[in-house]
Design a protein around this ligand. Structure first.
Ligand code: 13P
Length: 250
């Protein structure tokens, strides 16, 4: 069975609630698609207005982060049940910006993955290497380690339903997209890692995105690679270009 492509926007720390509503309206006619799943991962404060604004469309909404407890004295954090109650279906976990600026490590991210599943949220788990790691030739080992650590305790049914996003750090926000061959090589290796942890059936079902300066020009070739099931899009998700990325086949 062929995997459905999934294109997600990661809005990062952009868009006030009113800007968010306006962006959803602008994108509405542009992101219609029958064969690609579309997700907007938005800042916490935009979740409620964006869920409201996408009503009547096929677009689903995700969060960019979450904490590992349901409630309590964790000032400034947001819980998985808050996200589901607000209408989120997805949550990005382990984005390189969270790993780098907020010191989130694999042990903590593993807890987040498990917690997301516990609440019925689909994790979009990010992984990726630095330029130094790529140049040192340790990319595949590094990513293998990230995936194995982050997926500890996950069942194969859960793994089959989730999304992994391969995002080379050197390609994020730099305008320097990985070549289709580079992205395919790593996404294929991730699928092998998943097959090793679980089985080939699970590996065939899990969806693996590429992220890092995806734009309307680079999306068609990237998304046509056999192990790349769509993209996690940053900058271009805030522009009408996102519609072209969703409709990369046309
Ligand atoms: P850019 O598309 O802006 O490079 O961002 C990629 C990214 O980090 C998506 O999560």
């Amino acid at each position: 069975m062929a995997r459905r492509k999934v294109v997600a926007g990661n809005w990062k720390m952009n868009m006030t609630p009113s800007e968010a509503k306006a962006l959803v309206e602008t994108l509405k006619p542009l992101v219609e698609s029958n064969d690609v799943d579309v997700i907007y991962c938005v800042p916490a404060i935009d979740i409620v207005p964006v869920v409201e604004a996408v009503k009547g469309t096929k677009v689903e909404v995700g969060a960019e982060n979450m904490y590992i407890e349901e409630k309590g004295a964790f000032t400034g954090e947001i819980s998985p049940n808050m996200l589901t109650d607000a209408g989120c279906k997805y949550v990005i976990i382990g984005h390189s910006e969270r790993r780098q600026y907020f010191k989130e490590d694999d042990a903590f991210l593993n807890k987040k993955v498990l917690k997301a599943f516990e609440h019925g949220l689909v994790p979009i788990l990010c992984c990726g290497e630095t330029l130094e790691q790529r140049e040192a030739g340790v990319t595949l080992d590094w990513i293998n380690l990230q995936i194995k650590s982050d997926l500890q305790g996950v069942t194969k049914e859960q793994a089959a339903s989730m999304i992994i996003a391969y995002e080379p750090i050197w390609a994020i926000g730099t305008g320097k997209t990985a070549t289709s061959e580079q992205a395919q090589e790593v996404c294929c290796a991730i699928r092998k890692t998943v097959a090793g942890i679980f089985d080939t059936d699970t590996a065939e079902k899990i969806r693996i995105q590429y992220g890092g300066s995806v734009n309307a020009k680079t999306a068609p070739e990237l998304f046509s690679m056999p192990d790349i099931d769509g993209g996690l899009v940053g900058g271009a998700a805030l522009k009408p270009d996102f519609g072209q990325i969703v409709n990369y086949r046309n």
